[in-house]
Write a protein that binds this ligand. Structure first.
Ligand SMILES: C[S@@+](CC[C@H](N)C(=O)[O-])C[C@H]1O[C@@H](n2cnc3c(N)ncnc32)[C@H](O)[C@@H]1O
Length: 238
C-alpha cells in the first residue's frame, strides 16, 4: 500500500463498520434485493472452472457466490477487515489478497482472468484509466468486466452536476456515517472503458426484487421511481 491513504479506506478498514456493513448487505434493499442480483445476472451462465477476480470484494458475499458456481476465485480489497470477513464467508475456498486498486495489479499475469467482477467500487478509485488499463491487461481477450456504480440518473447524482472527478461526502442513513466517494460525468467512465479496449455489451438499470417489495416497501417504491445504481458488462477487445 502507498503512503497516501486511499479514499474511504479508514471507514472500510474500521472493524466495527466492516462487521456492520457485512451483516447489513446480506438482507438489505439496496444490495441484496436490487444491485447484487442485477450485477450477478451479467455473469456467464456456466462459471465452472472460470477464473474470476472479485475486485473490491468486501465481505466476500459475491466471492462465495462465484466459488459456489464452480469458479476459481480471487478476491482483493484494501481493507484487511473485509478480507478477514471474506475469508470466513468463503470458508477459505477463494484466494484473498489485500491490495489497493489504485495501484497496478502486479501480482497477476497478463490474461489471467475470464471475468472481473467489481461491484460498487469504481467510485472510490482515483484514476479510472489506470484501473481499466490493468483490468484489460489481466483479463483474457474477450474476457468480461462486470461493474456497478452510482447511476448517472440517480437523484443524488443529478443533484450535483460535475464536469470532472469530484470528491463528495454522502450520508449513509443505515449506518449513520458520511462516506466519501467520487462523482464523475458518465461519459468519463465510458471514454475510459473505450480507451482501454472495452466495449460495453449490456447495461442494466436494476429492478428491485419482490423480496424488496415485501420487506422494504418504502425503499421499493423509491427504487421503482428512480434508479440508484447501474450495472455494466463490457468485453475486453484487446
Ligand atoms: C460498497 S463496498 C462493495 C463490496 C462488494 N463489492 C459488494 O458489492 O458486496 C466497496 C468495497 O470496495 C473496497 N474498496 C474501495 N476502494 C478500494 C480500493 N482503492 N482498493 C481496494 N478495495 C477498495 C472497500 O473496502 C469495500 O469492501
Amino acid at each position: 500500500m502507498s503512503d497516501k491513504k486511499p479514499l474511504s479506506s479508514e471507514i472500510y478498514g474500521d472493524a466495527a463498520f466492516a462487521q456492520q456493513y457485512a451483516a447489513n448487505i446480506i438482507d438489505n434493499a439496496w444490495n441484496a434485493y436490487y444491485e447484487r442480483p442485477a450485477s450477478l445476472s451479467l455473469a456467464a451462465a456456466d462459471l465452472h472452472n472460470k477464473s474470476v477476480l472479485d475486485a473490491g470484494c468486501g465481505p466476500g458475499i459475491t466471492t462465495a457466490w462465484f466459488v459456489n458456481q464452480g469458479a476459481n476465485v480471487t478476491g482483493i480489497d484494501y481493507s484487511e477487515e473485509m478480507i478477514s470477513i471474506a475469508r470466513n464467508n468463503t470458508e477459505d475456498r477463494a484466494r484473498l489478497l489485500r491490495h489497493d486498486l489504485n495501484q497496478e495489479l502486479n501480482m497477476f499475469n497478463q490474461s489471467e482472468f475470464d471475468i472481473i467482477y467489481c461491484s460498487l467500487v469504481i467510485h472510490y478509485i482515483d484514476d479510472l484509466d489506470l484501473l481499466f488499463k490493468e483490468f484489460s491487461r489481466v483479463l483474457k481477450p474477450n474476457g468480461i468486466l462486470i461493474f456497478s456504480t452510482d447511476h448517472p440518473n440517480a437523484p443524488f447524482v443529478k443533484a450535483i452536476p460535475v464536469s470532472g472527478r469530484e470528491q463528495k461526502s454522502f450520508f449513509w442513513n443505515n449506518f449513520g456515517i458520511y462516506m466519501d466517494a467520487y462523482l464523475r460525468p458518465w461519459n468519463h467512465i465510458t471514454d475510459s472503458l473505450e480507451k482501454n479496449q472495452f466495449v460495453i455489451d449490456k447495461t442494466i438499470d436494476p429492478v428491485p426484487t419482490q423480496e424488496c417489495r415485501v420487506k422494504f416497501p418504502d425503499i421499493y417504491e423509491q427504487l421503482i421511481a428512480n434508479p440508484n445504481f447501474i450495472c455494466v458488462r463490457a468485453i475486453n477487445k484487446k
